[in-house]
Write a protein that binds this ligand. Sequence first.
Ligand code: NAP
Length: 289
Amino acid sequence: MILVTGAAGKTGRAVIRALSRRGQAVRAFVHRPEQAALVTAAGAQQVVIGDMHNQAAVNEAAREIWAAYHICPNMSPSELEIGKAIVKAAQEAGIEHCVYHSVLHPQVEAMPHHWQKMRVEEQLFESGLRYTSLQPAVYMQNILGHWGRIVAEGVYAVPYAVGTRLSFVDLEDVAEAAAIVLTEPGHAGATYELVGAEVLDQAEVAAILEQGLGRPVQAQAVDRDLWEQEMRAAGLGDYQIQTLLQMFCYYERYGFWGNSRVLEWLLGRPATTLAAFVARSARDNERAQ
Ligand SMILES: NC(=O)c1ccc[n+]([C@@H]2O[C@H](COP(=O)([O-])OP(=O)(O)OC[C@H]3O[C@@H](n4cnc5c(N)ncnc54)[C@H](OP(=O)(O)O)[C@@H]3O)[C@@H](O)[C@H]2O)c1
């Protein structure tokens, strides 16, 4: 049995689907009872409900499993504390392999959520556990949050300059890599950057959307003060807003990109391109209507 934490989120469900395709039994750790149906539909065989801040709940989730895939809730101010609780539970349960869902370039102190992930990796180094750390780039799936406006208005709005260059990765490729690392031998002690093959500025992203959707799409930089007002009105917390703003400024100043060779070696095939992702998303969208 493999434990997946943060299981009901988009990453967790993708990892559960990828493990299920490989015939693996998954125990999903979810936050709220109503999330049980989501992870069961993704293929989880067991569901535990609890709070990752609660050591007893984490210990209970880790009982009688041989591997754990830890996904911290997105933008959590307590990522390090949660990471420590997972490491402690894994040590006490004698888990054979602990895989951590980190991020590309956790060494960047200017992005607090990256820096916290680096500190969690440090906990793993010192834990005595057999661990693997996966470091994905920006998910292509983040674009789906803007899909309605892209399709309806032809506007791809980003809270940084249009010239900002980013590496994207398809979450489905990340999930497949996670399943490979969990089910094939030889990955203990490894840290893998998971990055798609293209480094694109946001005008290039808009051009790929335009091509895939068959309608004009323009990239547009959103004013960050306006973005902040909208996020506050939508109920996003202070830590999350400040952390995201720091991330946007970092992206704009330095770009955020990496190299796809490790992901392609793990998958044994080329990484998914943004054009292929857009074509798949357009098909999924049509089917859903
Ligand atoms: N998005 C990207 O481009 C990207 C790239 C690289 C790495 N990552 C990393 O990927 C990770 C997962 O991101 P995601 O977008 O898949 O996350 P997500 O959708 O926010 O999912 C997190 C899940 O954890 C649950 N959760 C929240 N607080 C919890 C708690 N205290 N105890 C137990 N469960 C709790 C959430 O449930 P509720 O709905 O109840 O809160 C949700 O189901 C993050 O660590 C992020 O930094 C993301």
